[in-house]
Every structure is written in C-alpha cells, then in structure tokens.
Write a protein that binds this ligand. Structure first.
Ligand SMILES: Cc1cc2nc3c(=O)[nH]c(=O)nc-3n(C[C@H](O)[C@H](O)[C@H](O)COP(=O)(O)O)c2cc1C
Length: 203
C-alpha cells in the first residue's frame, strides 16, 4: 500500500467511474487502487460501475431540462447526481477498438443535454471547481488509441468544467486482472488518486 501524506479533514469526495463491464478486470482494479490512494490522502470515495447500470444511448431528442439533466428517466439519474456531488472524478476505461468502451461513450453522450443547456440555451452556470483524472488500459502498445480515448474524456471534462489533472495509460494488459501482477501500474494508480486530492490546494 502506498504511503501518502495524509490530508485528513479535507471535505473532498472523489468519484470513480468504471467504464469496463469486466468485473475484477484491469480497469476495475486500477480504479480501485486509485480510489484507495484518494482515501489514504483523506478523501471520501464513491464509485459507479457503468456495466451494472441500465441506461439508453442519447436519442438526440433535444428536449433537455433547463438544468441540463436529460428528460429520459433511467440509471443516468444516479450518474448526474453523483457527478454533481463530487469534487474529483476519475474516469476509467479499457480501450475498445481504439477508443473508450461503449458503456463510457454512451454515458458521455447523455451529457449532450448539459452541453446544450450550457452553450446553446445558457441556462446553467459553472458549478464548483472539479478535478479530473483518466485511467485507460489497453492490450497493445498503441499511443493513438490513448490519444483518441483521452480526447473523448477531455471533451466531457471541458463540458462539465472538470479540470483534467492526472492520467494513467496502461499498456500491454490483455487478460482479466493481469494488472494485479504489475506493481508499478498499481502504485501509479494509487498516486493518481492521492494527487487528485491534493489538487484542491494547487489552484
Ligand atoms: C471489444 C473489445 C475491443 C478491444 N479493442 C482493443 C483495441 O482496440 N486495442 C487494444 O490494445 N486492446 C483492445 N482490447 C483489449 C482491452 O483493451 C484490454 O483487454 C483491457 O485490459 C481490458 O480491460 P478490462 O479488463 O478492464 O476490461 C479490446 C477488448 C475488447 C473486449
């Protein structure tokens, strides 16, 4: 377990969003270590496993509410609420065909309502500052897959006023849970979580 400087007493909530449907897979484990790192730096943590939620892809209905929340009622309600509460967000995804997982992309598309409310209808103002990190796992060693994935996540972060602060891009991970044998990646994930907690003091 990584030893980090303790920031006990900080009222900071870090939300981890797991974009992989594979339980105890590489993304799942890396995210768990990042949340452990955040915890040991004094934060509270929360986690969403997108693979366990039931939600529709964006229907482009253009009927968003003024507060930017989608009118479609499904498990995305929980995602909107949890993101709203969090100070820091760690988005984690495997690379699927050169980009993020479908589960994560579907979640991201459901923020189109927020995008419209913010940029077109101008009915929402930026909320409290949030800090973001991205964890990504791929089987190959392909930088352009990470670039694609990072760009999708950054696009979401810009829309939600989340400052992109940390990233961990893990190569050569194919089999379920094999990252457990890679101490360096696990340590880096813990560091990422802890660094995100410290971000509050760096502005
Ligand atoms: C549908 C699918 C598509 C994938 N596409 C790629 C890919 O384009 N490039 C790559 O390097 N690995 C690809 N992989 C491998 C995963 O990125 C890799 O196994 C990763 O460690 C899975 O993370 P997980 O265990 O959290 O699910 C793919 C896996 C699946 C299931």
């Amino acid at each position: 377990m990584l030893l980090v400087t303790s920031f006990k007493g900080i009222q900071m909530l870090i939300l981890g969003i797991n974009g992989s449907p594979r339980k105890l897979g590489n993304t799942d484990i890396l995210l768990e270590h990042a949340l452990l790192g955040a915890k040991s730096a004094g934060a509270e943590t929360n986690r969403i496993n997108l693979g366990e939620l039931k939600y529709a892809p964006c229907l482009s209905c253009d009927k968003q509410r003024k507060d930017g929340v989608c009118i479609v009622k499904d498990d995305m309600d929980k995602v909107y609420a949890d993101i709203d509460k969090a100070d820091g967000i760690i988005v984690a995804s495997p690379v699927y065909f050169g980009s993020v997982s479908a589960q994560l992309k579907m979640m991201i598309d459901r923020f189109q309502c927020y995008w419209s409310a913010k940029y077109i209808h101008k009915t929402i103002n930026p909320g409290k500052a949030k800090y973001g990190a991205f964890i990504c796992a791929e089987a190959s060693n392909n930088e352009s897959f990470f670039e694609n994935s990072r760009s999708v996540v950054k696009n979401l972060f810009v829309t939600l006023d989340i400052k992109y602060k940390e990233e961990l891009l893990c190569r050569g991970l194919e089999n379920k849970g094999e990252v457990s044998n890679n101490k360096e990646y696990l340590l880096q994930a813990e560091k990422l979580g802890a660094e995100l907690v410290k971000e509050k003091y760096r502005l």
